[in-house]
Design a protein around this ligand. Sequence first.
Ligand code: FES
Length: 193
Amino acid sequence: MVDPLAIGVATTIVLVVVFFSSLEGTGWSPAEDISEEVLERRAATVPETDFPEPMNRAIGGGGGAVAVGGGAEGETGELEEGGAEESAGPGDIPEDEVEYYEVEFVKEGETVELANDEPILDQGEDQGWDMPYACRQGQCVSCAAHITDGPSEDFVVHDDQQMLGEAEIGDGYTLTCVAYPRDSFSIETGEAP
Ligand code: FES
């Protein structure tokens, strides 16, 4: 026969044991918060910049505006430089400084005076001659011609020709659409290397 008193005592003991074990906890503790440490380490790996602090912090804000302003100044400077370079091209010689040279067109059977501020092709067309050409930008060889007196660049200045190599120039070939006379010479039009 089961003694109700004994059951009560046993139940009480179990409850007390459970209560005290719960007070001890599970032994688990949260991981240490290392976020600050990680942030510091990251900050240490980012190199210092020479930018003033406000620009360094700004993303698309005040710093960006200053950078854009700086860029505009730089562009202006470059544009000015580019303009200066372009104006130094043979086609931009001031009118009072233009010089003329005697050029013999062998196939056309004529010797004419050519200015040094205009391409040979244009000046040949001004004579009424049917000169060969295609791009008129130094990017093909349709207008090629042969200067019989020696290396072509001893007699003409090429303004940005992109087709002839050193050997061909050395052999006297020129692209008349971008070639400006700088001396007197004889030329055979319609002659490609
Ligand atoms: S026409 Fe093309 S290089 Fe002169």
